[in-house]
Design a protein around this ligand. Structure first.
Ligand SMILES: [Zn+2]
Length: 352
C-alpha cells in the first residue's frame, strides 16, 4: 500500500512515500480504508524532532484518519465492512491501573500516528474501541479534520475549563486546529468568545466563519487590556492556551478574571514560561493541563456534531497524499486556518 513513512528526522525530504506492507489486524482491531487524514503541526514537529521526543521510527504518520471499514478482526462487534468511521482519540491499553478501574484516562495511552502507525496510508489498523461512526451528512474529510481537535477542544472547555453558557472565553492561537475547534464548540455551548491570533486575515475568519464575538491581535503590545475592556474590565472566565511562549503567556494570564481558569494542551511556542504566583493565588486562578481527550469527551462531541449543535470544521485546503510536502510547507509557514486535509481516496473509494 501507499504510505508516508518517517524513517529519519529532517527536512521535507524525510517525508518518504513508500510501498509499505498493509497492516495486519489483531483480534479486536478494524482495518480502515483511509479516505482522508490531516497533515498537522504535530507532524511537522515529528518530522524534525521525533528522535528527541523518543518516538520509535520508522513510523507511518497521520493522527486522525477517517475512512471506510475494509475488514474486521476476531471479536469485533460494533463495526462491519462498509461502515464510515473516524478515529475517536487515543488508544487505551486496557491493562493499566486506570484502565482496570474504569477511569477514562489511560496511563499508557497511545496516539495513532505517533506511538503506533497512523493514517497517512491506504490502510490503517485501529482497535474497535477507538473508532467512532461518522454521522450521515458529515463528509469523511470533515470527519478527519475534527477527529482529534474536536474532542481535545471539548475536553479543554467542558472538563478542564468548566465552561457554562454566558461565560467569556479567550481562545489563543485561534487560527490553529484546536483554536478553530474551541471557538466553534464554545459558541455552540453558549459562551461569548474573543479570538486571539497574530494575523488580521485569520481574525476575520474567526468572526465570519466561526462566529467569534470579538477578536484581538496578540502581536500588539498590551493586547490583554483590550481583552479586559471587552469583558467589562473583569477579564475572561476561561483562557484556552496551547502556545506557551514567554511573550504571550503573561498577557494571557493578565486577561483572566478573578477565579478564572487557564487550560492548556500544547507548547508550540516553546513551553517554558514565567508565572507570577502571587497574582495566581491572590486572584484564586487555576492553570489546568489537559492531554488527549477521554472517551467521554469523544462521545459527547461527536453526538453534538451529529445532531447539529456543533458545526463541522472548515477545511483550509486539501492535498492528495503525494503532495504532502506542500501541506507541511503551508503549516510550517502558519498560512493555514484550521486543518489541512490529505485526500487518500475519492468519495467513490478510488485512490486520490
Ligand atoms: Zn491503560
Amino acid at each position: 500500500m501507499r504510505a508516508v513513512v518517517l524513517r529519519r528526522c529532517g527536512g521535507l525530504d524525510a517525508l518518504e512515500q513508500l510501498d509499505w506492507p498493509r497492516p495486519e489486524i489483531a483480534p479486536g482491531e478494524v482495518l480502515v480504508a483511509v479516505h482522508a487524514v490531516t497533515a498537522a503541526a504535530l507532524d511537522v514537529d515529528l518530522r524534525k524532532h521525533a528522535t528527541e521526543r523518543h518516538i520509535q521510527l520508522p513510523r507511518v504518520l497521520g493522527l486522525d484518519p477517517a475512512g471506510v471499514v475494509e475488514q474486521v478482526g476476531a471479536g469485533v462487534t460494533r463495526f462491519r465492512p462498509g461502515d464510515r468511521v473516524a478515529i475517536g482519540g487515543v488508544v487505551h491499553c486496557g491493562e493499566c491501573e486506570r484502565c482496570r478501574r474504569g477511569d477514562d484516562e489511560c496511563a499508557r495511552q497511545q496516539v495513532i500516528g505517533l506511538h503506533r502507525d497512523g493514517g497517512q496510508a491506504d490502510y490503517v489498523a485501529i482497535p474497535e474501541g477507538n473508532l467512532v461512526p461518522v454521522p450521515d451528512g458529515i463528509a469523511l474529510p470533515e470527519a478527519a479534520c475534527m477527529a482529534l481537535t474536536y474532542p481535545v477542544a471539548w475536553n479543554l472547555l467542558v472538563n478542564g475549563g468548566r465552561l457554562h453558557a454566558g461565560r467569556r472565553v479567550l481562545v489563543m492561537a485561534a487560527g490553529g486546529g484546536v483554536g478553530v475547534a474551541a471557538i466553534a464548540i464554545a459558541k455552540a455551548l453558549g459562551a461569548q468568545v474573543i479570538a486571539a491570533a497574530g494575523s488580521a486575515w485569520k481574525l476575520d475568519l474567526c468572526r465570519e466563519l466561526l462566529g467569534a464575538d470579538a477578536v484581538v491581535d496578540y502581536t500588539q503590545p498590551g493586547w490583554s487590556e483590550q481583552v479586559r475592556a471587552w469583558s467589562d474590565g473583569l477579564g475572561v472566565d476561561l483562557v484556552v492556551e496551547n502556545i506557551a511562549s514567554e511573550a504571550l503567556f503573561g498577557e494571557a494570564m493578565e486577561s483572566l478574571a478573578h477565579g478564572g481558569r487557564l487550560v492548556t494542551c500544547g507548547a508550540h511556542g516553546g513551553g517554558v514560561v514565567s508565572l507570577d504566583v502571587r497574582k495566581l493565588y491572590l486572584r484564586r486562578q487555576a492553570i489546568v493541563g489537559c492531554n488527549a481527550a477521554p472517551q467521554s469527551a469523544v462521545e459527547a462531541v461527536w453526538e453534538a456534531v451529529a445532531d447539529g449543535r456543533v458545526p463541522p470544521p472548515p477545511i483550509h485546503d486539501r492535498f492528495p497524499l503525494e503532495r504532502i510536502a506542500e501541506a507541511h510547507e503551508l503549516i510550517e509557514a502558519r498560512r493555514n486556518f484550521g486543518r489541512v486535509a490529505l485526500i487518500v481516496r475519492t468519495e467513490q473509494g478510488d485512490p486520490a
